[in-house]
Design a protein around this ligand. Structure first.
Ligand code: RIB
Ligand code: CA
Length: 308
């Protein structure tokens, strides 16, 4: 399975990097970075550091959008720390990002591999939107997009009604929703059931020491955020669930929904609405993960990480 990872690392993004490294079923074609959890410069720096931690130096890293299509830049350093990786510290990367920007690299790789590439989006989808705006025909050549995004019934984590990736660039997500691309959405409804705790860190005993230490230190910060800001024990590992679904879709239950997005609400901008009862009469435009086998996912994550 050929995959481009579009990401804003970010603590849970980093866990997705680690899981992807332990998924030989996935052949990563590129890693593209975007603004989101922190600035795109820090996200790119973190991506390069993670690539070196995981021995993935053969995978090109391309820096992407510095800011959203329309709204002002948002960052979430209270959630992910000022470096974007919580309490974890990784050595400065020796490797550099490629010269191409993210949107151009996505366009080139999809054109070179028509109908073969899955784009796993685990941050704001600005890069995908820019690629589609630059080359509208690309929408017919992308095999599918899997996006950790949005919330259907669960409370928003960015505003009361919006999830952070969509909140960061709602106009970009609107372009993706209207693109006609085979779209899978992995919302907070399922990711916030996947709470990674200290007991899961303990279950990683025997895993590669530098990886286990990274997971421990990065998620420690993430757990502090969830406790202080959301009253939650543990931390929602949103992005690794989206990655896991690539090879174990049976971990979740999907519903086909027509999904729309609010772009002009006074309180609800970036809210997704899923047409559960087909009230709009519009055909579904997304497959939405609405239930998850939490233990099955956590076991998968821990077992795979221990193979590294
Ligand atoms: O709302 C959760 C999402 O926003 C995750 O992808 C997290 O990394 C942040 O980007
Ligand atoms: Ca992310």
């Amino acid at each position: 399975m050929k995959v481009i990872l579009d990401t804003d690392p970010g603590i849970d993004d980093a866990l997705a990097f680690i899981l992807l490294r332990a998924m030989p079923e996935v052949c990563l074609q590129a890693i593209t970075t975007t603004h989101g959890n922190t600035t795109v410069q820090k996200c790119t720096d973190n991506a390069l550091k993670l690539v070196e931690l995981l021995g993935m130096q053969d995978i090109p890293v391309a820096e992407g959008a510095h800011e959203p299509l329309v709204k002002a830049l948002s960052v979430a350093e209270e959630t992910h720390g000022d470096t974007g990786l919580g309490h974890a510290v990784l050595p400065s990367a020796k490797i550099k990002a490629v010269d191409s920007n993210a949107a151009n690299l996505i366009i080139d790789l999809v054109n070179a591999n028509p109908n073969e590439i899955t784009i796993l989006c685990i941050g704001p989808v600005t890069n995908i939107a820019l690629a589609l705006l630059k080359e509208p025909g690309l929408r017919k050549k992308i095999k599918n997009v899997v996006s950790m995004a949005g919330t259907i019934h669960y409370p928003g984590n960015a505003t009361p009604s919006s999830e952070y990736n969509v909140f960061c660039d709602p106009e970009a997500f609107d372009i993706l929703l209207r693109s006609g691309i085979d779209l899978t959405i992995v919302p907070l409804d399922v990711t916030y059931k996947c709470l990674f705790t200290k007991s899961h860190v303990e279950r990683l005993a025997g895993a590669k020491e530098d990886i286990r230490n990274f997971i421990d230190r990065s998620t420690a910060f993430y757990m502090e955020f969830h406790a202080e800001y959301q009253g939650i024990e543990g931390c929602a590992i949103n992005d690794p669930l989206a990655a896991a679904i690539l090879v174990k879709p049976e971990l979740v239950t999907f519903r086909d929904y027509y999904v729309d997005i609010e772009l002009h609400g006074e309180f609800t901008t970036a809210k997704l609405s899923a047409d559960h009862f087909a009230a709009t009469g519009k055909a579904p435009n997304a497959k939405v993960a609405m239930e998850v086998d939490v233990d099955g996912f956590m076991d998968f994550f821990i077992e795979r990480v221990k193979t590294l």
